[in-house]
Design a protein around this ligand. Structure first.
Ligand code: KIV
Length: 276
C-alpha cells in the first residue's frame, strides 16, 4: 500500500480499514517488527504500513533462545516506546506466552492493558483453534483489533519441535485454511503466516477475505513482514532461506566501533573541533 493514498502534506494514518482496502485493491502491505522509538520512527518515516512490536524482541534484544520467557511488562515497555516513534503506521503489539491462552477473561484484561498502556492500535495472538477463535471474538467485541498468527507459531516452538516449515502435509495445510477462516469469522482483521509453503500460503490467502502477511510464506500473501534487525543485516548470524538483507549494519557497526576505538587509543578523537 503506497503512502500516496494519503494527502501529500500529512500521510493518512493506517487503520484496520486500510488493511481491508489494501486486500480489495490488491496492494501489498508492508510490516516490520521493531521494538523501540528509534527504529519505529525510521520505519514509519520510510512509509511502512505497520510496525509490529513482536515478541521476537526476546531473541533479538534480550538474547533469549525462544520467545517463551518474554513477559507482559516487557511488551508494554517496548510497545509504549515504539508508540512514541510511530505516527502513520498501524502499531501492533504481540501478546506474550500465556497472557491470552488461559481464559478469555485473562485475555481481555491483558490485551486491554496492552492497548491502554502502550496506546497501540491492535494486538497479535498466535493460533487458530476453536478456543482461540472464541477469545478473538471476545476481544474484538470488546473493541480490541486482533491480528492472528498461523503456521510456525514461535510460542509453541517446543510442541512443534523446532523452527520448521508448517503445513507441508495436506491435513496440516487444510487445518491452516480452516484456522484462518475461523479467525476471520471471529473478527481478526489480518493474519500472519510464518514458515508456510508458498502454495499453502496462497491457498490460505485465497480462502479468506482478510489480508495475510507472510514471513517465509512466499509471494502470494497480501503483504510481507520481516524483523527490522534482520533486513538491516544486524543479525548476521541468522540466515534462514526466506531472509533478504537490505543493508549490512552488523559489519558497519563493528567497523565504526573499531575505528572509534582506534582513534580514542591513538588520541585522534576528540580533535580540537570537538572540544569546548
Ligand atoms: O515476533 C515477531 O517478530 C513476529 C513476526 C516474525 C511476525 O511474530
Amino acid at each position: 500500500m503506497s503512502q500516496a493514498s494519503g494527502s501529500a502534506a500529512a500521510p493518512k494514518k493506517v487503520t484496520v480499514r486500510s488493511f481491508a482496502q489494501a486486500k480489495a485493491r490488491k496492494e501489498s502491505l508492508v510490516m516490520v517488527a521493531a521494538y523501540d522509538a528509534l527504529f519505529a520512527r525510521l520505519s514509519d518515516e520510510a512509509g511502512v504500513d505497520a510496525v509490529l512490536v513482536g515478541d521476537s524482541l526476546g531473541n533479538v534484544v534480550a538474547g533469549l533462545e525462544t520467545t517463551v520467557p518474554v513477559t507482559l511488562e516487557q511488551m508494554i515497555y517496548h510497545g509504549a516506546a515504539a508508540r512514541r516513534g510511530t505516527a502513520r503506521a498501524l502499531l501492533v503489539v504481540d501478546m506474550p506466552f500465556l497472557t491470552y491462552q488461559v481464559t478469555t477473561e485473562r485475555a481481555l484484561l491483558n490485551c486491554g492493558r496492552v492497548m491502554q498502556e502502550t496506546r497501540c492500535d491492535a494486538v497479535k495472538v498466535e493460533g487458530g483453534s476453536p478456543e482461540m477463535a472464541e477469545t478473538v471474538r471476545a476481544l474484538v467485541r470488546a473493541g480490541i483489533p486482533v491480528m492472528g498468527h498461523l503456521g510456525f507459531t514461535p510460542q509453541s516452538v517446543h510442541v512443534l519441535g523446532g523452527f520448521r516449515v508448517q503445513g507441508r502435509e495436506e491435513e496440516a495445510a487444510q487445518r491452516m485454511v480452516d484456522d484462518a477462516r475461523r479467525l476471520e469469522d471471529a473478527g481478526a482483521f489480518s493474519v500472519v503466516l510464518e514458515l508456510v509453503p508458498a502454495a499453502v500460503a496462497q491457498r490460505v490467502t485465497e480462502a479468506v477475505g482478510i489480508p495475510t502477511i507472510g514471513i517465509g510464506a512466499g509471494a502470494a500473501c497480501d503483504g510481507q513482514v520481516l524483523v527490522l534487525a534482520d533486513l538491516l543485516g544486524l543479525t548476521d548470524g541468522f540466515a534462514p532461506k526466506f531472509l533478504k538483507r537490505y543493508a549490512t549494519l552488523a559489519a558497519d557497526t563493528r567497523d565504526a566501533v573499531r575505528r572509534y576505538a582506534d582513534e580514542v587509543r591513538g588520541r585522534a578523537y576528540p580533535g580540537d573541533e570537538h572540544a569546548f
